[in-house]
Design a binder for this molecule. Sequence first.
Ligand code: SAH
Length: 282
Amino acid sequence: MVADGDARRACGYARLSGTMRFDIVTIFPEFFAGPLDHGILRRARETGLVDVRIQDLRAFTKDRHRSVDDRPFGGGEGMVLKPEPLFEATESLLGQSMGSAQEPASLDSETAIVLMSAAGNLFRQETARRYAQLDRIIFLCGRYEGVDERVAEHLATEEISVGDYVLSGGELPAVVVIDAVTRLIPGALGNEASSQNESFSETIVARDSSPVGAQHAAPLQASSQFPNYLLLDFPHYTRPADFRGWKVPEVLIGGNHAEVANWRRAAALEKTQRNRPDLLLR
Ligand code: SAH
């Protein structure tokens, strides 16, 4: 299984079976009624590119109150999600044990168990690209003060944050990740080209390594100075060409494709420098 998956990735193939499976483990199953039912995500589900299933964490409790949380050892505010229901929900989804300290278990390499966590690794476009190659992702959504650390250590294969801020639960972050990954699955977007030229794609400049056209020079010169960086998307304009006196850049109306391409590259670079200089320094 492992070798097979590595070979597939090396060839640039995505999963063999057509459908990517997402499972969301949550104490709020009703949360997902709206966010998965629109646009690209809806279409990807309807056409069977992705299969999203919701698992109620409380189904894996055994006490009368169906409690999923408990007070923190060491004292302090709030409640912490207990390990047992999260382990058992995941094991039930996988149909295998996730082991113990005595007998650690292993997982096939085409499946990820992702704990949503403000203290996790930052989710980026490159993470989304990696996830889009998998067969299956199980999302564990925290609530309250968070999740017993043994879940991050011994159940989850990754701990992921969607940004440097604290949300109330892992449900919105799970939807964020599912959305970003789904649009990278071949066939999810109407126009295949459109996921290749978006923000954070390294290919925008790499494809043409000649310097940005001097006549439209941005404050920065391109590839020689920043050989390997991520760019934001270039600015888009549509009609009217003159809106309240704010005009669309002349070059976009001229119809010269080479000049348009040059302008877009320079504008993307300029915008990246203005809004996200950190991307150019990475
Ligand atoms: N005490 C934690 C925050 C808990 S918020 C801390 O300070 O780091 C409750 C739950 O919301 C978390 O367990 C996690 O599942 C989710 N969450 C909050 N912010 C998140 C973020 N930026 N990315 C992903 N998940 C987040």
